[in-house]
Design a protein around this ligand. Sequence first.
Ligand code: GMT
Length: 387
Amino acid sequence: MNAPLNVAITCFPTFGGSGMVATEIGLAMADRGHRVHFIARDLPVRLHGTNRKVVFHEVTESDYPALQQSSTYPIALASKMIEVASYERLDILHVHYAVPHATAAWMAREVLGPRAPRVVTTLHGTDTTLVGIDPSYLPITRFSILRSDAVTVPSAYLRRATWQGFDIPESVPIDVIANFADTARYAPVRDRACLRALFPDLHDAEPVLIHVSNFRPVKRIADVVAIFTEVQRRRPCRLVMVGDGPERSPAERMLREMGLEGRVAFLGKQDRFEELIAASDVFLLPSEQESFGLAALEALSCGIPVVASDLGGIPELVTHGETGFLAPLGDVPAMARHVLTLVEDAKRWQGFSHRARARVLEHFQMEPAIDRYEALYRRLLTGPLHR
Ligand code: GMT
């Protein structure tokens, strides 16, 4: 039998796909008997409950006045990584989102020398396509990616974007390990009671659209609102908005000005929203960048068809005309038409729903993905290093 590993995971604790995926991986590793240390600024969003195999290490920064204007977090994080690696004899340090986590891991490894754990960097999207290629961060992020013992990405699209964006030769191995859904939690259980709690006057035949995100500009929240208003003009419907971020207030204002606020529920950040997704009819994701689209995958897992932009890693999840519809970026009329196509024919919707769930069960289950991460960890500890 393989010996249990000592694994540390670093991620953002905030409401976002990278932290959620990181936490699910850590919890699944602990369920397999490995000891898992989370090293982060705060308790990650999905890390709750007690598990004797999981330890949380909070990163704290000095409040020394001279440091107030400097971001010392990567140094504090690297120091915490060194401390945990030394005392806990870590085998693996798995960091999620390159900026600044891969760089902190590299610094920790330099200090630890031969005692250092193997470093796995999982890139998630904007760390490559937006933040990482910002000239303020590019050279050190590229270097930190190249110095990782292994690099993984959730989609073939993001692997191409990483090779191109950082001018990394394609001979540098980057493993594609797709994100996954907890198919027991995200299941096709359609109970509209949770929607009626939001909209007491909801009619049975009224479609409900849903969007879940961090409400950043890349999510194109104005397009979510525009698709909804376009559909609403032809057929009364409702919109559920889960999450928070800079684009939320403008969207709420826009809907109030149109007198549609009673037809839309803004719920803010929610830890559990699977019953809302499962009870809705169409998931909207008109993003301008998306390396994967975890929330869309969770919708598909619930059997909810997705209408999304035809870009990034989304086509690797959503099959146009089978599990949802894809349209060019910003093509609100096409997206609204696709929503209507789905909600106007119950039998057709059932077909999409059935295929969506089947595709997730076939390609995006959690256990095979965890198998691949675990095999990668073991390969790094026994086989030759790439870098
Ligand atoms: O944009 C977000 O939703 C947050 C961001 C993150 O870092 O948490 O998400 C990225 O990682 C997710 C998990 O791998 C992916 O599902 C998202 O597609 C990706 N976001 C973008 O590429 C814009």
